[in-house]
Design a protein around this ligand. Structure first.
Ligand code: ATP
Ligand code: MG
Length: 147
């Protein structure tokens, strides 16, 4: 396994950083010359993971930090790992079920993990109550980074 171009950014859990993270991920993956579709899928999955960290992990309090680690593996796979030190998830399998949500507002459909799963090839979730959550998005690209 060959890892290339490992980049990590860290930012505060503020709502405006959802679109910031989305743009950073797009700029990063752009180096591999992805298709417009791949790019949209990655941006959407990143948005969902970051919004979960802001809304659920840190309960919209805007206090806490989120890191986003990005790397290419074997030239055609991109790994993006979003980590928070928020409240954690007590039942990961249930949280990943379509339409499961602990969110109180009606706009929350419980589809974030389902969207991530449909837009990237693998979604790994690690979480511990009171410690935090880490979501790794893995996308196999049709193109190669550094051909
Ligand atoms: N980073 C996180 N920290 C704590 N809990 C989380 C985190 N991410 C997800 N969860 C839990 O998993 C549930 C499901 O997440 P999912 O993104 O699928 O739906 P949602 O955020 O509730 O709604 P939607 O994403 O459709 O607006 C959340 O309601 C929340 O309970
Ligand atoms: Mg969500």
């Amino acid at each position: 396994m060959m890892e290339k171009n490992i980049v990590t950014i860290e930012f505060e859990a503020l709502p405006e950083n959802q679109s910031f993270a989305r743009s950073v991920a797009a700029a990063y993956v752009g180096a591999a010359d992805p298709t417009v579709e791949e790019l949209t899928e990655i941006k959407t999955a990143v948005s969902e993971a970051v919004s979960n960290a802001i809304i659920h992990g840190y309960e919209r309090k805007g206090q806490g930090r989120i890191s986003m680690e990005m790397k290419f593996v074997d030239r055609d796979k991109v790994f993006i790992r979003i980590t928070d030190q928020g409240c954690g998830i007590d039942d990961i399998a249930r949280a990943r079920e379509p339409m499961y949500s602990t969110g109180s507002d009606m706009e929350m459909s419980g589809m974030g993990f389902t969207v991530m799963e449909s837009f990237v090839d693998k979604v790994l979730v690690e979480s511990q109550l009171g410690v935090g959550t880490s979501v790794t998005l893995i996308k196999y690209l049709d193109t190669y980074y550094d051909l």
